[in-house]
Design a protein around this ligand. Structure first.
Ligand SMILES: [Cu+2]
Length: 150
C-alpha cells in the first residue's frame, strides 16, 4: 500500500517535470522563432509595407483579351540599412513565385494569403521584385516591382 502511494506520487512528479520540460521547450521554440525575425526592441523600428497582387484586363478592338498581373504598388522606397517587412497579399492570380534580384530572397504569394518577407538592404540601388511566372508581357506580365534603396 505504502509503495503504491510512493509510486503514484513519483509518477505525478515525473509527469509534472515532463509537462514543464515540454512547455519550456515550446516557449523556447516560439521565442527563438521570434528572435530570428525581430526581437521586441527592434520590432518598433521595422517598417511595414503592404503590397497586393493585381490584374489588368482589357479587350482589344479586334476582340482579343489581354491581361497583365502586377505588384501594387509597383515602386517602393526603402532607406539603406532600414529594416522593412513586406506584406504581400495575393488577390489576383493563383500563385506568384518571386525573387528579389541581387538578393537571396525568394518566396511565393498565394491567392487569399499574405506572404511576409523581411528585407534589409545595405547597398543602395534599384532592386527588382520579379514574379517568375509573369516576368514579361508574353507571360501576362510584366509583374515587376521596383525597390528603390537610397
Ligand atoms: Cu505572377
Amino acid at each position: 500500500m505504502h509503495i503504491y502511494i510512493l509510486k503514484k506520487r513519483s509518477f505525478f512528479i515525473f509527469f509534472l517535470i515532463f509537462v514543464s520540460v515540454i512547455s519550456a521547450s515550446i516557449l523556447f521554440y516560439v521565442n527563438s522563432k521570434a528572435v530570428t525575425t525581430f526581437n521586441q526592441s527592434e520590432k518598433g523600428h521595422a517598417r511595414e509595407i503592404h503590397l497586393v497582387t493585381g490584374e489588368f484586363k482589357a479587350k482589344t478592338e479586334d476582340g482579343q483579351e489581354i491581361e497583365a498581373y502586377r505588384w501594387d504598388p509597383g515602386t517602393i522606397f526603402i532607406n539603406k540599412n532600414e529594416k522593412v517587412i513586406l506584406r504581400i497579399y495575393g488577390v489576383n492570380g493563383r500563385e506568384h513565385p518571386f525573387i528579389i534580384e541581387g538578393t537571396k530572397i525568394e518566396g511565393v504569394v498565394k491567392q487569399g494569403e499574405e506572404s511576409v518577407v523581411e528585407v534589409q538592404f545595405n547597398k543602395e540601388g534599384i532592386y527588382r521584385l520579379v514574379c517568375l511566372t509573369h516576368p514579361d508581357k508574353h507571360s501576362n506580365g510584366p509583374m515587376i516591382a521596383y525597390i528603390v534603396v537610397d
